[in-house]
Design a protein around this ligand. Sequence first.
Ligand SMILES: [Zn+2]
Length: 170
Amino acid sequence: MTLSSMKTDKNTRKRKASSRRPRKDRLIQTRVPEDLETTLKEEAERRRLTVSHLIRSVLEDTFQLVDDVVTDFDKVVTDSVDLARNVSRNARKLAATSESLRPAKPGWDRSLGDIYGWNELVLQRAATCRRCGSDIESGERGFVGESDKARRHRVWLCRGCIDQVRPPVD
Ligand SMILES: [Zn+2]
C-alpha cells in the first residue's frame, strides 16, 4: 500500500481542502513493504504520533545527523556515494535515537533528558510539537527546548504539552 492512503494523510488532505490558510507542507507518496508499514504504525502508536509525523520526525533526524557528520569531518559531501555512506554510518546512531525517543513513563519522553529548560516564544516560523505532533502556527506561542548538546535538533512543544513533560518525581 502507499503511505498516502493511510488515514492520517487523508485527514491532512481534508484539512488542507477546508482550511482558509494554505498549508506549505508538501505531500510525498512512497510505497513501502507491508512489514515496514506495520513497524511504522506500531512505533507511531507507541509514541502517540500519527504515522505521518513519525516519518517526518525520523527524516528530519536523519538529515540532521548527516549534517553533523559532514561538519564534524570538515568536508562537503559532493556526491551521492558519500551521502549514502554517511547515511549508512548513521543508521545505527539513528536506531539508537529512535530507541531513546520511546517514553519511559506516560508523559515523560526520555529523549528530552538533555533539555534543561523551555523558552516560551511567539513563533515567526511554524513548527511541530515534538510530543503530540500538532502544528504550532506562525503567531502562536510555543516552547523551544534549551539543550546541553550544542548540535541538538531544535525541539518544540505546544502549550498543551508543556505541562506534560516534567520528569518523573522520585
Ligand atoms: Zn503538543
